[in-house]
Write a protein that binds this ligand. Structure first.
Ligand code: PLP
Length: 633
């Protein structure tokens, strides 16, 4: 076969093998396959490697061979598995099985296999710590398919065993996994084929390895080793595993998916901030400018807010100890709900443990089979999940296209309840819902109107009361919000009519079946709300910061828009966005890359979120740095 490349990847950590793989693929697939194997190593369950070696070379002459016939032998204990292995090898004329099995005491940690003379039990590998590595082989089908083929331990083992049995002088092989959780092994001979033995060792036993069984003259050994290590082989007709879940390592499918995620540039990790959140924070021992916090009004570390939390912890304890309807309601919960309702000028409010739970809790309580939810295409994940959990029909209307909403609602008259739901401020683009029009359409179709004001509270409207204040119009039927952004705490809430709140208290499962938020978080949010009421200049300062930042970005030729404190800078390509975010961090600015699945594929962006506490100097520096990092070189 022409135009193929052999690709080998080995990864280790502190000198210990972590991951290894090899493929023979068409030249056009070589680069992607190499990237994929590296991605596999980087997210390996055994830990992140500190050394990865990728070798891409011409495979030389390729030998095409058929796969050994495969048979599975079901055993229940390690002893039974070993007894069956011994019987099979005896059939192939191999004796002294017990002594051969005892040699597995020597294979642990070897990268290659032991090459053992079956008659004299002499080890024939030139390097006994390394062993002999059977390499340069692949499944002919997956080689033809290139990178589309996934890692499949079962197929890889058959490919290897099939190649090994072709080597001069090899009369058999025994393989026992060194994964303590994987108890399946195999014996293979040319005559018997590949006999998979479901239990060949005890669970938890980390010992394992491979023994290649040799019979023949010593002079032939170098040729055997050359064949095993150098001869490129493609194996045809490799069977697939009929019952993958019964025998494959149960983590394999997770590893494969993680590999795919990493190869697409979508792997995610948490980064640690070693200080309180604020316009700056300490990361990895140095100060960075945080341009991505939702603590818009810098209240999370405000001494009045932290004192309220500390006082509440002393008085009411750190955890509420129960769900709201059992023992979890304390005076701070009632006080906060009253305060929120008064602030938003609604009849009542209900606190949830998170904003996510509030959205899920409202939608799953109000809607069910026979109802319909109309949801903006760019609504937050918690709304999407609430739609799914409700069991109602969900119709996604085009983002911001209220004519589309109107049309759908007109076609949904037969449903028992109709609920139109939208983010108030869209969390990834920073744009606003046209609330007056939304309300008018909902009223006309007698549909519930529901708006998530997570990013509007404390940001939108002259005093931070959100969209109703901004547009000078009534509130929707249902306002959902969070305590975790401008209020610097954590938790979520729903505001609306008393009937709505009474209904949710009786029907909303995340409210009923989850422990109430602790008094410290609740009291902190209450204190932050008081500060928001008293210090409206914070809201004004935040708006000034947004205008200033947009102006300085424009000076750099970066045109962005927002109607809130969220400023998306589109980069589109996922990898480029991540590289830009890394470079920004290197230069002292924390602006994360937002990628699929948070936004659509190919719509990656740097998402800036501003705070009232950012200074003009910081914002100007940030704009210059963004320009330097994003400008094509
Ligand atoms: C629009 C929107 N709604 C709801 C939430 C969930 O709120 P919480 O973080 O309090 O769970 C978020 C963000 O986290 C959000 O951006």
């Amino acid at each position: 076969m022409k135009g193929l490349f052999s690709i080998k990847m080995r990864a280790s950590r502190a000198g210990t093998h972590v991951s290894g793989a090899e493929r023979i693929v068409p030249a056009a697939e070589a680069a992607q396959t190499a990237a994929r194997l590296v991605a596999r190593a980087l997210c390996h369950a055994k830990g992140t490697p500190d050394f990865i070696n990728v070798k891409i070379e011409d495979p030389g002459d390729i030998l095409n061979i058929p796969a050994l016939p495969v048979e599975t032998i079901v055993t229940r204990t390690a002893a039974e598995g070993r007894a069956r292995a011994a019987e099979l090898l005896a059939q192939a004329g191999i004796e002294r099985i017990d002594e051969i099995m005892a040699r597995f005491g020597e294979t642990h940690g070897m990268r290659g296999a032991m090459l053992l003379d079956v008659d004299t039990l002499e080890r024939l590998e030139p390097d006994r710590t390394r062993g002999v590595r059977a390499t340069r082989m692949d499944d002919a089908d997956s080689a033809a398919k290139g990178i589309a083929a996934k890692k499949n331990h079962y197929a890889e083992a058959i490919v290897l065993a099939s190649k090994v049995q072709q080597a001069p002088g090899i009369v058999g092989e025994i393989c026992i996994s060194d994964d303590p959780d994987y108890v399946t092994g195999y014996v293979a001979t040319r005559a018997l084929g590949y006999r998979r033995i479901t239990v060949i060792k005890d669970k938890g036993d980390p010992n394992g390895g491979r023994i290649f069984l040799y019979r023949g003259p010593r002079e032939q050994v170098p040729e055997t080793i050359r064949f095993l290590e150098q001869q490129s082989v493609l194996v045809t007709n490799v069977p697939s595993l009929e019952t993958p879940h019964a025998s494959a390592n149960r983590f394999d499918t997770l590893t494969e998916e993680l590999e795919d995620i990493a190869a697409a540039g979508l792997a995610r990790n948490c980064r640690t901030l070693d200080s309180a959140t604020g316009p700056t924070a300490v990361m990895d021992g140095r100060e960075v400018v945080v341009l991505s916090s939702n603590d818009y009004l810098d209240l999370a570390r405000d001494s009045r807010v932290t004192a309220a939390a500390a006082e509440a912890a002393r008085t009411w304890g750190t955890g509420s100890g129960g769900a709201r309807l059992t023992t979890g309601t304390q005076p701070p919960h009632i006080a906060l709900e009253r305060h929120l309702a008064a602030f938003l000028r609604t009849e009542a409010a209900l606190a949830y443990a998170t904003g996510y739970m509030a959205n899920v809790g409202v939608l799953s309580a109000l809607a069910g089979p026979g109802d319909v939810i109309l949801s903006d295409a760019l609504n937050h994940a918690s709304i999407i999940d609430g739609c799914r959990l409700s069991g109602a029909r969900a119709i996604v209307y085009r983002h911001g296209d209220l004519d589309d909403l109107d049309r759908h609602l007109a076609a949904c008259r037969s449903y028992r309840r109709r609920i139109a739901v939208s983010d108030g401020v869209f969390s990834m683009d920073g744009d606003l819902l046209d609330l007056p029009r939304f309300l008018e359409i909902c009223r006309r179709h007698n549909a519930f109107s529901m708006v998530d004001e997570a990013h509007a509270l404390g940001v939108v409207g002259a005093t931070g009361r959100g969209l109703a204040e901004h547009f000078d119009c009534p509130h929707p039927d249902i306002t959902v919000g969070t305590l975790s952004k401008a209020l610097g705490s954590e938790g979520g809430f729903v505001c609306g009519a008393q009937t709505l709140i009474d209904y949710l208290r009786n029907r909303s499962r995340p409210f009923i079946f989850s422990t109430a938020p602790g008094a410290p978080a609740v009291a902190a949010a209450d204190a932050a709300l008081s500060i928001l009421e008293a210090e409206r200049e914070r809201v004004a300062q935040l708006r000034k910061n947004v205008e200033f930042f947009i102006a300085v970005l424009a000076e750099q030729g970066i045109a962005v828009q927002t109607q809130s404190a969220i400023i998306p800078i589109r980069v589109d390509d996922e990898r480029r966005a991540v590289a830009a975010a890394d470079e920004l961090l290197r230069r002292g600015f924390l602006i994360p890359a937002i990628r699929y699945p948070t936004v659509a594929r190919g719509a990656a962006r740097l998402r800036v979120a501003l705070m009232s506490a950012h200074t003009p100097e910081t914002l100007r520096q940030a704009a210059t740095t963004l320009d330097a990092v994003l400008r094509p070189s």
